[in-house]
Write a protein that binds this ligand. Sequence first.
Ligand code: NAD
Length: 316
Amino acid sequence: MKKGKIVLVGAGFVGMSMAYSMLNRGGINELVLVDIDQNKIKGEEMDLSHGLPYAPQKMIIKAGDYSECKDAQIVVITAGVAQKPGQTRLELAEVNAKIMKQITKDIMASGFNGVIIVASNPVDIMAYVVWKVSGLPKNKVIGSGTVLDTARLRYLMADYFKISSKNIHAYIMGEHGDSSFVPWKHAYIGCKKVTDVMKDNHHPMEDLQKIHQGVVNAAYEIIEKKKATYYGIGMALNRLVRAVLDDENSILTVSTYLENQYNQNDVYIGVPAVINKNGVRDLVELDLDEIEQEKLNKSCELIKKMRKDSIDKIID
Ligand code: NAD
């Protein structure tokens, strides 16, 4: 395995935003672009490489194929069809599941044995498909889950409280989509509970729900205005890749496999987890109240129903 070698499958808006973010930040030794559109990856290879003289560090950037996965540390999958205006993430499932199945077979045929990060939507279902088809242990297949949603939450809270987003410790859990939720009693600003900050500053508690609604609406709003969202997820994916490459043991809200945690089974869903070189090291299990648990159950039910209706037959 080559240290710092990443293969990106899907050189579209999301994938290339991640690639650009990597080029700017450095810390990646080699980035291989794979896509069905051969012309596009050649063009992206050239365009991205022309930024190298101004990048903090050298990096091999090249168009390639699935054989490059053999010695890669991480494969990031952002291929697929993007969400159309008005289309829910779950409606995308069937089309993208077929794409994920083929891509995963091609990755595994190379002899790959690293960590796969999946961002294609609906991400909780796609991560499950990739895990099932790959045969990799569950810790090695990570969905980007609610990493982006959590970033949106931290951004909106930072704006509301006028505190740096770096000091906002709040997490979005559940489906990357409409049924996500925030376990507010586990949310902190610095070392103070958000609910206490609200009380002490006489802020109405309903404002917290409005902030969460802002997160849920964000993707729809951006898609309506500019057709797709990609910079935020590009940064989020780069963050996730770094946590694996640098063996960080960082807590991020990824989509991961539940096996009795949170009273749920056989489902990939967004929960806080410790991320290191092996992928998901552990889950951070929170003590959810009754309403929050119901919300998580609802998210899991939605995903499982979609899988049963249209995805399981594709995996088999
Ligand atoms: P895009 O259309 O710009 O890019 C998709 C790329 O995938 C294209 O370059 C296409 O050629 C390639 N592709 C399609 N089928 C392929 C296959 N079989 N093999 C290899 N490559 C293939 O779309 P985008 O805006 O980059 O979005 C990509 C995915 O990311 C979508 O599923 C989108 O919904 C998802 N997304 C996820 C999040 C998140 O938070 N998880 C956020 C935004 C977008």
